[in-house]
Design a binder for this molecule. Structure first.
Ligand code: ADP
Length: 330
């Protein structure tokens, strides 16, 4: 990504600059200390001069030459050292810059993908509405019944858009932290089951309940939303005349809520993706024509994560699916 190439180079530049400032300061200190020590050594050597007095003048020149030579060699070594630090530092800094910016790049990429997917989901119903309206307007012999049908169809698309907008809003709200309080899990499950009863009835699906009293550490609106999504899906992806079971129970010291259906099921290859944003299994797109945007389970998963809970799915195609929410007891 172009934006990040420039950022990598900029960050690498800063890292190298900091490294070179430290390295040069260190080299300066080494040079000064070494020079000081050498000059100090020379002074002491000259002070013991009386033993070698006749040649002391000549000796001083020789020692001073050696000293100048040592200084030059020290400078060359320090310069080489700094060049090595620069080369290794530049490579290391680039690697470090990539590591530092990788999470940011991934977050930006996820955001970009999300925006692209959301735009795509918005465009589809809008395009359908536009096409229907244009055909209707071009039809000079449009009857009142045909116009009403067209309006009904448009209303469906408007509903779809409304649901999508609501889901997108909920998804952004899942980013906010929640305060956990003790909640009666079975009470929330019973409330949701009652609310979705008409939906199930319309499809001749029976909602069965097996609810054990359980207090969990949670947030009622979030739990309500998670259970609603799971139960709504169980109804959506089940054939008429089947049963959906909502169960609460204790397991390994944790509180569990299970929504089990005898519906179309999910293929093993698709199961790992169902919690991804905008993911819809092939069967739900083509065979069943069930409406949805593939956001429900990603919302449920994020909400569960916020509650410190775990949401898992198990399924057998053609036999049904079981979604389990595992929470800490209060
Ligand atoms: P939506 O239902 O709007 O498509 P979800 O995020 O709720 O989106 O679900 C993602 C996909 O997971 C669905 O499209 C469907 O393919 C699959 N799925 C979810 N729940 C069930 C279920 N109970 N039975 C079968 N498939 C399901």
């Amino acid at each position: 990504m172009k934006l990040f190439d420039a950022a990598y180079l900029k960050l690498t530049g800063w890292y190298v600059l900091i490294l070179m400032v430290i390295s040069l300061a260190f080299s300066g200190w080494v040079y000064n200390t070494a020079r000081h020590e050498l000059e100090f050594g020379l002074d002491r050597f000259v002070q013991v001069g009386p033993f070698i007095d006749p040649q002391s003048g000549q000796l001083r020149t020789i020692v001073q030459d050696r000293l100048a030579d040592s200084r030059r060699r020290l400078i060359v070594r320090l310069a080489s050292f700094n060049l090595i630090v620069l080369a290794l530092g530049a490579a290391g800094s680039y690697w470090l810059a990539r590591r530092t910016l990788r999470p940011v790049e991934e977050a930006v990429e996820a955001q970009r993908r999300f925006t692209a997917d959301a735009s795509h989901e918005l465009r589809t119903p809008l395009a359908a509405m536009k096409a229907e309206i244009e055909v209707g307007l071009r039809d000079r012999a449009l009857t009142k019944d045909a116009a009403i049908e067209l309006l009904h169809s448009n209303l469906e698309e408007v509903d779809r858009l409304g649901n999508l907008a609501e889901d997108l809003l909920t998804l952004t709200q899942t980013e906010q932290a929640v305060t956990l309080t003790p909640v009666s899990l079975e009470a929330v499950a019973a409330k949701v089951a009652k609310r979705l009863q008409p939906l199930a009835k319309a499809k001749k699906i029976t909602i069965k309940k097996d609810l054990t009293r359980l207090k969990v550490q949670g947030d009622e609106p979030a739990l309500d939303k998670i259970i609603s999504i799971l139960l709504d899906n169980a109804i959506k992806y089940s054939q008429g005349g089947t049963e959906v079971l909502v169960r609460t129970y204790k397991k390994d010291g944790r509180a569990c809520l299970e929504v089990q259906d005898r519906g179309i099921g999910i293929k093993a290859s698709e199961l790992p993706h169902i919690f991804d944003r905008f993911y819809r299994a092939d069967s739900s797109r083509s065979k069943t024509h069930v409406t949805g945007h593939g956001l429900g389970l990603s919302i449920a998963y994020k909400l569960a994560e916020n509650l410190g809970a775990k949401l898992t799915a198990a399924s057998t195609p053609g036999k049904g699916s079981t979604f389990t929410l595992m929470l800490a007891q209060a």
